[in-house]
Design a protein around this ligand. Sequence first.
Ligand code: NAP
Length: 293
Amino acid sequence: MTAQVIDGKAIAQKVRDEVKEKVAARVAAGKSKPGLATVLVGENPASEVYVGMKKRMCEKLGMESFLYTLPTDASQEEVESLVKKLNADPAVNGILVQLPLPDHLDEEKVLQAIDITKDIDGFHPINIGRLAQKGRESLFVPCTPDGCLYLLDEVGAKLEGANAVVLGRSNIVGMPMALLLVKRNATVTICHSRTKDLPAICREADILIAAVGRVEMVKKDWVKPGAVVIDVGTHRVEDETKEKGYYLTGDVAFDEVSEVAGWVSPSPGGVGPMTIAMLMRNTLRAAEIQDGE
Ligand code: NAP
């Protein structure tokens, strides 16, 4: 079998086009442009790249973006008081605190300070708590797992009753992904660093989500024939034989897994573009919620 490739770039483009259209319609109706405020604490080259991408994407889609930078040694109080100021600012519809924060800061407390109607990352304990509860809906779902779910729906993956295996249990990807799949009536197994015999568990998966942060860990013999495999991992591997001196890859050994899976998302070009598209969608949704829609 040769897997079909899930084109995250094209699917993300579709999501962005929809957002752009809705933003234009809002503005034409005399409403404000949705505004995204990003809080960046300290100097982290990767975070600076992500923040720049989000800013450019806001501009492309007709939204406002505001960047607030604080020094590495900013105190807990300073970060929280900035978040509170943004909570009260009507031009700001969504607040994103770029993670990771410097070690001396209490990430949970900072995230808790965000008004839940502006929590476009969906990391506020109330939003995550609602995701975990039956019959409740969070206002916002974390963007990366939401993007994975969107990809699964786009390829018509049957979730109800399916065996889904999530590799990884982080707060930002693995755990909310598992909760989303349970909400969609999949039977979910969550794996982590203490799980025994990962390959055997993965081989039972109709849906396999790899969010483990290990270069090409998921091999061909881990995958059930015909399974849908979503690769969340993003890695830059140094390689002098490449023109740039490195190559990008994911948590899945793409070429060999493609020989057995039914569908597979590549990395790069799969989940990455979806994450930012879902963030833009959440920012628009935040503006709508704050308008009482
Ligand atoms: P993380 O916080 O480091 O979590 C990794 C998870 O994998 C943990 O639950 C860990 O288990 C588990 N794990 C690590 N090594 C393992 C092993 N050898 N066997 C089994 N489980 C293992 O990572 P993350 O933030 O969730 O990110 C995961 C990957 O996705 C990374 O490559 C990251 O760069 C990428 N990512 C991509 C996007 C995107 O937009 N494309 C967004 C976010 C993250 P324990 O809990 O037991 O430690």
